[in-house]
Write a protein that binds this ligand. Structure first.
Ligand code: FMN
Length: 290
């Protein structure tokens, strides 16, 4: 029987032997512990920045500085524990987006995953005319080919540079979802449908900028068969979140992991999250109260 090796995932000059990105998970779910464990096995480990400073003593009085300090510590801890690839996930909607991007670039993380909004602009303090020379590579997270087109068009025009990869997150993902509630079950918005749209959207930029731009599929990917399916559909890799939550290495509390382990299919519900998007969550006492 011949065995074929799973193809590596190249993002800029970085290569992950295993084409799996561990999705950034806030608040405090994916920090240096999970990220370095994933990186050590050849995947890409990602630290989530949402609420990262919550354990700093000045979190409430000096929010931005506390977040930045905590992020720097987590990046340094992750790097001390692995020689593999470490990314940082930053939501565009965060009020300290600029500070978190600056800190990650200063700490030379391998890549930045920018989602929850369109990363059209970047902090003015970055060398915006020489983005390609930075060791940190940029990977937007989108939910449509249209969003990918908007980002790539804007970057090409303003930075003469385009992102090095893109994550497309479909409606089956855990956490917040970039879709209207009525589209969640609509086959026109399935990941199988969105992936080729995003691949087509970035294709002209691969030619224009003479580089490969892998599209990474996310949302509801759980098994080796799922990974195979999306790679056959043209994905350069996959991003997985839920799958990692109940691992020993995950930074979440035991109670949080137990909620995942004990939950049944019917306990998973769609909620209207306070940020104005639908979200996929586990029905528990807290959800009932709010
Ligand atoms: C508990 C949890 C927290 C998450 N937090 C974030 C986050 O802070 N930023 C973000 O861009 N995505 C976040 N995500 C999405 C993941 O990065 C990933 O794209 C998603 O989990 C993929 O779908 P899957 O859970 O079906 O594998 C979160 C997902 C989960 C399950």
């Amino acid at each position: 029987m011949s065995s074929k090796k799973i193809p590596a995932l190249r993002i800029g000059n970085w290569e992950a032997e295993i084409p799996i990105v561990q999705g950034g998970m806030g608040v405090g779910i994916s920090l240096s512990g999970l990220a370095s464990a994933v990186a050590n096995t050849g995947g890409i480990g990602v630290i989530a920045t949402a609420g990262i400073g919550m354990f700093e003593p000045d979190h409430f009085t000096n929010f931005k500085a506390a977040n930045k300090r905590a992020l720097r510590k987590e990046i340094q801890k992750a790097k001390a524990n692995t020689n593999g690839l470490i990314g940082v996930n930053i939501m565009v909607a965060l009020s300290d987006f600029d500070e978190l991007v600056e800190c990650s670039v200063e700490e030379e993380v391998n890549m930045l995953f920018l989602g929850a909004g369109l990363p059209i602009r970047l902090p003015e303090t970055l060398p915006l005319d020489k983005l390609g020379e930075l060791p940190t590579k940029f990977v937007p997270i989108v939910s449509s080919g249209k969003a990918a087109k908007l980002i790539f068009r804007s970057w090409a025009k303003h930075f003469n540079h385009v992102p090095d990869a893109v994550v497309v997150e479909g409606p089956l993902a855990g956490g917040h979802l970039g879709f209207k509630r009525e589209h969640l079950d609509d086959p026109d918005y399935s990941l199988e449908k969105l992936l080729p749209e995003v691949i087509a959207a970035v294709k002209p930029y691969e030619e224009q900028f003479n580089k490969d731009i892998p599209v990474i599929a996310a949302g509801g990917i759980y098994t080796g068969a799922d990974i195979h399916k999306f790679m056959q559909l043209g994905a350069g890799g996959v991003q997985m979140g839920t799958r990692f939550v109940a691992t020993c290495e995950c930074d979440a509390s035991g109670v949080f992991k137990d909620a995942y382990l004990n939950c049944k299919k019917e306990d998973i519900v769609i909620i209207d999250s306070p940020v104005g998007l639908p979200g996929r969550a586990i029905r528990d006492k807290f959800l009932k109260r709010i």
